[in-house]
Structures are given as C-alpha cells and as structure tokens.
Design a protein around this ligand. Structure first.
Ligand SMILES: Nc1ncnc2c1ncn2[C@@H]1O[C@H](COP(=O)(O)OP(=O)(O)O)[C@@H](O)[C@H]1O
Ligand SMILES: [Mg+2]
Length: 259
C-alpha cells in the first residue's frame, strides 16, 4: 500500500434538492493520513457534501473514487450495495454530531464497541471484551461503565463512546459532522484534544465538517471554505486562517460573520 497517491478523489460533485443548491461543483483529493476540514456558515452545504462523499446521499452529478486496500480505485456510486456496506464496516467510520444517531442507546457501552469488531469477523468473546475495555480506556471512559447503556451517559461520554465504536476497527477514513457541536465548551476542548491524539496515533484520514474555525485549526491539515454550496477557498489550514485570500474567508476569520 503506497501513500504517494490520494485515498479519495472527489470530482465536480453537485447535489441539488429540487431547485435548491446543496453543493455545487466540488472537487478535491484526500491523502492517506490527512485531515480535511470543511467549514462555512449554516446552510453552506457542508453536510450535503459529507453525505454525498460518504455515499449516504446520491449526488446529482460528479464522481467519487476511493482507493481500496488492494490498491484498486473504486467508483463509489457504481459499487454494489454489498460492496458499499463492506467498505463502511471495514474501511470507514462516521461520527455523527448527535451521538444517539451513531450509537445503539439500549445496549451496553462494551457491546457498542464490540459489535463493530464482530462485524469485521472477530468471534472470540474474551478478545472482543478486552479490546472494548481497552478502547473505552482510550476515550477516557472508566472500565466500570462497560456494562452501562449510553443513555445513562453524559453528552461528552456518549460522543467519546461513538468515537471508540468508530475507531476500534482501525478504519482508514473517518467522516465527522460537527463532532463537538452539541457539547459544552469545556467538554469540547477535551474531546478535541482526544480526537487529535487518536487521529495522529492511528494515522487516520478524515473529513471533518465544522462551523467552528477553532476545530479546523486544531484538527485539520487542510481546509475548504464553503459558501452557498460552493468552495470559495481551499488550502493548508494555517495559511487559510492566517492569510485568507477570499473576501468571504476574510470575513469569516475576522469573526464579522456569526456562524
Ligand atoms: N433534505 C433537504 N431537502 C431540501 N433542502 C435541503 C435538504 N438538506 C439540505 N438542504 C438545503 O441545502 C443547503 C445546504 O444544506 P446543508 O448541507 O445542511 O448545509 P450545512 O451543513 O452547511 O448547514 C441549504 O440551503 C439547505 O436548506
Ligand atoms: Mg450541517
């Protein structure tokens, strides 16, 4: 597996909802181990783009190609449903803003993590349990909570559990939609630190949608700024934030806009 080629190629992706533009003519490559932040105000098309790229939504036009573990490129919108589901289990993670959308709320924390291991073929109960406990520890959930259901957890704990559930199988690519969006500011900072460490340790590629420039600054290598469904600026995160070129990005960075 070589890292001198992108992992994902998005070309001229557009999605409209009837006459309304979701996203329009978006193109980018994502490299192995790279974190791309997609920023912009509410309604700018971030979620539409993420959902199209992750095949949760069919675009109106454009292509997304993914370089699978065998080195072959796959056209994501031409894959069979079985292939798509296989990729989702083995290669990808999806962290929802609302943890309840990404967890099973009425099974234990340990089972939420263990289930993902079973989905990739692990059958040894002792291993599954030990790995689940290890991952709960990595996201700072105490071992004595392993049998508790996430509905008994705080928002921050739920989000950490959702992250463990997604990362336990070592995906190559993780999609995140406002991963810290629903949390208190104090909880957000710790979660961001934790996420940053895990993404770096695992060498994950990720696309992180956020309206929060501080999240982009902390987590991402590159960022794309969207407005009205279009990309208005794209570059290395530090460059975009420290020396924004597009007038819209300049407004965003100077906090004149309330996003
Ligand atoms: N299911 C939908 N039906 C119709 N319009 C939608 C739908 N989802 C999003 N939109 C519209 O598409 C645009 C982009 O929305 P969205 O991708 O949710 O933006 P963001 O995530 O940046 O807030 C907005 O104008 C929004 O109203
Ligand atoms: Mg959104």
């Amino acid at each position: 597996m070589t890292d001198d080629m992108p992992l994902l190629r998005v070309a001229a992706l557009s999605k409209s909802y009837g006459s309304r533009v979701g996203c329009a003519d978006v193109s980018f490559d994502l490299w192995p181990g790279e974190v791309l932040a997609v920023v912009g105000e509410s309604g700018s098309g971030k979620t539409t783009l993420l959902n199209c790229v992750s095949t949760r939504l069919m675009p109106t036009a454009g292509t997304v190609s993914y370089r699978a573990r065998d080195g072959e490129w796959r056209d994501l919108y031409r894959m069979s449903e079985a292939e798509r589901r296989f990729l989702m289990r083995t290669d990808w993670g999806f962290v929802h803003q609302n943890p309840a959308d990404g967890l099973r709320m009425t099974v234990s924390a340990g089972a939420n993590v263990g289930e993902r291991l079973m989905a990739v073929g692990d059958r040894h109960y002792g291993n599954i349990r030990a790995t689940a406990v290890d991952w709960l520890g990595r996201v700072e959930i105490a071992e004595d909570r392993v049998d508790d259901q996430p509905r008994a957890f705080s928002g921050g704990m739920r989000q950490r559990l959702q992250i463990a559930r997604n990362l336990v199988t070592h995906p190559r690519l993780v999609f995140m939609d406002e991963p810290t969006g629903g949390l208190d500011v104090s909880v957000q900072a710790r979660l961001l630190d934790l996420l940053r460490g895990l993404v770096a340790d695992l060498g994950l590629a990720a696309i992180v949608v956020t309206h929060d420039l501080a999240v982009a600054r902390l987590l991402s290598h590159r960022m794309m700024v969207m407005k009205d469904g279009k990309v208005v600026e794209h570059g290395l995160t530090d460059r975009v934030l420290d020396d924004p070129q597009a007038p819209y990005t300049q407004l965003l960075v100077s906090s004149i806009l309330q996003v």
